[in-house]
Design a protein around this ligand. Sequence first.
Ligand code: HEM
Length: 207
Amino acid sequence: MRYPLWRSAVFACVASQPLYWLYLAWQFALGPDPGKVLVDSLGEGALVLLLLTLSMTPLQRLTGWAGWLAVRRQLGLWCFTYALLHLTGYLYFLLGGEFSRLGEELRERPYILVGGLGFVGLTVLAMTSSRWSMRRLGRRWKKVHGLVYLIVILALLHMLWVVRADAGRWAFYAGIAAALLLLRIPVVSAALASVRSGRNKVGIKLK
Ligand code: HEM
């Protein structure tokens, strides 16, 4: 395994965050509604991890360091784990385990359905993230994992619905997502690679 220290450091950072939030809740340091704070923090954490996962390839292109790619899958799986904890927190703290209220909840707060769709997408990606799935799916694997961009859009829409009054924070994440989507355009990603190699391939092509 390459970059064992780097991988372990990323693991420790990301795994300790929910434990830290739980510790704060235990210490009554999360305010009058700790359940809601936990659900919100885990949701925001899942979005941050999703954007971090998508940043690994552009960072590798820009810096040439393969360590970014060594933690990409781990970050993606952590994103799924945070989203799963976010969903569990919602069912336990906000819904109080009353599953019969779920239909009424979906009618009153349709953003839950949007988040649910995003979660289904994340589940598909997590289930097909192994090398075995990669081999089995062959060329279709890339197509399936292209779903990640749809998931980002669903997650942002879901968040916007919740934090309408705090649009600044949302705009920050949306800006990063827009930049990452832009980097998917072949000419932009080629320009990024040329920044590293010191040759402006785009310029040469334009001539
Ligand atoms: C079945 C799946 C999901 C359910 C039921 C769900 C439910 C919720 C609920 C109820 C809230 C608002 C909590 C409140 O403040 O009252 C929320 C907020 C949020 N969720 Fe989800 N969600 C789901 C999936 C996701 C996914 C997949 C992501 C991201 C990848 C996500 C990211 C967020 C974010 C960023 C917020 C706003 C947090 C904040 O206020 O800072 N959610 N979600």
